[in-house]
Write a protein that binds this ligand. Sequence first.
Ligand code: FAD
Length: 395
Amino acid sequence: GAPRVVVIGGGAGGATAARYIAKDAGDAINVTLIEANPQYVTCFFSNLYIGDFRSFDSITHGYDTLASNYGITVVNGYAQTIDREAKTVAMADGSKVPYDRLIVAPGIDMIWDSVPGYSEAAAEKMPHAWKAGPQTQLLKAKLDAIEKGQQIVMVAPPNPYRCPPGPYERISMFAHVLKAKGFTDNKIIIIDPKQTFSKQALFQEGWEKHYPGMVEWYGPDVHGGLKSVDPDTGEVETDLDTFKGALVNVIPAQKAGTIAASAGLTNEGGFCPIDPFTMRSKADETIYVIGDASIAGDMPKSAFSANSQAKVAAMAIRGELTGSKVFPARYSNTCWSLIETDDGVKVGAQYEPNDEKIASTSSFISQTGEDAALRKTTYEESIGWYSGITADIFG
Ligand code: FAD
């Protein structure tokens, strides 16, 4: 029969790859998509849900169209291990899924002990909301329960993590919700292990303009490094001080989704080396790794990047299995962030592969001091992007 392509992970990367292979190869390739959850909640625009700009429903997507319109076999279950010798994926329920080519797109998992005192159980009290779903709803409920004068603390993640501007867009949305209630004396503290962060000048300008005195960002030099968190008291301790939050949002360090390491696809840094021309794993000729789990050179970990990498991998795999033409790989990314109503900013780049890595060839970023009309246009662009990319991922 037709060769089998199996995809692990039905997110921004995996679902795009499955759709493009099924769409372009038709019956010539048999495509199976393995996804643990029956529905996918996008991390992208989840901050806009936190800020009351989007409903939870509007960021939730299903797999029905991929199955019905593209003939993809969607397997709802957790992939436990990969047998690279036998070329099979073992599911948690004991069943096995054979493949000729495998795409591994599991996103990230948390390194829980990167923050002393934090754990999967602690996330029920101090949500990370860095995977969207119940965690996002918990974070939102805790934000909405904040009273006048109460403080929010965020523990920001070290590099590399998914969505470099994400924590700071989230801070903006926290401030927006508090300001809308008239709680402009409430403080939002960020304890950050990084000396600088993505779009810093743009965010700091926006916080001064829209939320004066509310947001305090501290790199490691001010209060010392993070020592621990206490989920029972809401305390965040640094080398020099202790902060207390009615809401504490802990975003721990991250690694490739667990299955990548268990299959031997990761390096010592916890992510997967790939061939920059095709996204093929450096560890296995029949496996491709795309999205957050991969080491994609200059590309940030974003849904835009994952979607772009998926198309490169899909084309390479079709070429290998059916002899279809393979064009030179090109990648692109843009990350938009909303700071306050109609005040959108963006950063992005184009990329090409070379022997070392996927390298940036040109880039752009919003400027400080831009007028309101341009910022509104930038925000509107992001809404168009969201409808476009979710249709490109889920059909
Ligand atoms: P994911 O989208 O996480 O998909 C992985 C999927 O694999 C999941 O559905 C998971 O359930 C499944 N899975 C994992 N392991 C298994 C297994 N063993 N068996 C079965 N299924 C498995 N990006 C942007 O481009 N723009 C934005 O504005 C943006 N905003 C963001 C805001 C926030 C708050 C966050 C946290 C992220 C944001 N991102 C944004 C980043 C974006 O969400 C990720 O980079 C993107 O989802 C990565 O895609 P992926 O396919 O690698 O992983």
